[in-house]
Design a protein around this ligand. Sequence first.
Ligand code: NOJ
Length: 527
Amino acid sequence: METDYLWWRDGIIYQIYPRSFADSNGDGIGDLQGIIGKLDYLEGLGIDAIWLSPIYPSPDIDFGYDVADYTAIDPKFGSMSDFEFLVKEAKKRKIHMVLDLVLNHTSDQHPWFIESTKSTTNPYHDWYLWMDPSPGGKPPNNWQAIFGGSAWTYDPELDQYYYHMFYEEQPDVNWRNPDVRKAMLDVFRFWLKKGVDGFRLDVFNMYFKHPDFPDNPRKIGIRPFDQQKHIYDCSQPEMIPLLADIRGILDKHKESYAVGETFLADPQQTAGYCGKDKLHAAFNFDFANNRWHPKRFLQSALSWYSALADDAWPNNFLSNHDMKRTATRYCFGEDDRRAKVALAMLLTLKGTPFIYYGEEIGMRDIPIRKKSDVKDRIGKIFWPLHKGRDGCRAPMQWSHDIHAGFSQADPWLPVHKNYTERNVTQQSTDPGSMLNFFKAVVSIRKAHPALQKGDFVPLDHQSPHILSFLREYGDDVILVVLNFSIRNLDYALPEGHWIALLNEKKNYQSSINLAPYQVEILQKLPD
Ligand code: NOJ
């Protein structure tokens, strides 16, 4: 049996939001040395790669997603030598590094943008999307910023508007300018040389806008942004040849990887960006947005698999730094049973699992009660309709020590008050904890190529509350049965002899009784 192990296909990718992971220097903000100090923990989790949310110099209007220098490290996170040390130490533990590249827009503090505002003849002026006003001094067209208001900000000195899909401090660059294209592609080369193996591309399908900047057609929606069909401000065809250029650069490096975040794209469009001469993978938001219903998850997974080309490999995620955490969405109070089912599903479905820091201990969002406490600016803009994304970005809960062992100082966001009970130290010694459950499923996954790169065969679930499927790779056949409900349910096994891998290592032949929210992972024994 072929056993070649490919980290980004067979492994697990763990997302770290660096501000919130571990603070080594006591300023209340996580940093690279903090992450280095936790590498043994990450190795013990059995993950294969770290996706680091942005670590570049940034004024933090959008907490790192407004980059002021693509090839440096923000001093609040450490230095370039800290980063190099992190890469080296991670490699020793067979952990790959995936950096977040935010190339649709820069910070307005990026020297390129500062230059571009100096005059309309400045060589950098055309690096951004500057346009003359419409008659009457109005914005050039009706495009809206997702973070509120017109997407155009007026500069009285230049008597022109510049375009930004997000905050006005995040001007979009002009990817049609060959110098921009070259500068951005050089960013990939720079980090690849530093030993980075992969990239997560922030809102990459927005890089190109329609060259004529026509008004977007209208539709019904709540906010002005939702009252438009976004057909001219994103997903333009020029992205496809650009992806081929990016892939060309990546393919010069052994086992490199790129995963893209699409914006306003359905799974079919998203899948269209994956495969040969394109990205290795992209995020399927449809899966993460499901209600607690096995059929829904199955449908999203199946439609994701069928949308992807044969030469693309799926990936799955349930949480990230922009959405409510898995456990917050699906669990009742501190009961972890649903979170365990969700994690088991993520780790056994076909596709590279992405785990958001803290998901392995079932972290919940911190409650956001007062507008004045909000750090994420969109929470202030849209309060109380949308309270921002602080909830899922709270400090990692390491121990029951002060500030959950995250920092010696007051953290930039409060720790969840459940940290005294819910933390890594406590869960390490509790055999029934989320953490030990996570590790147990990961070690089964690691031992079975079927769970890594195997085929996916959905089964008749026998109950609307059960999700069950086979993963098959040669002789390695694994059956996953997930009880999504609070009921005891009987499940008739497919033909054959099965041995339970997760719970008591019992042999089964015809049926199993599933306790509420029970997860069963069974291996087919040879005849
Ligand atoms: C998507 C990122 O995930 C989000 O955090 C950010 O605010 C926007 N892109 C803008 O960069």
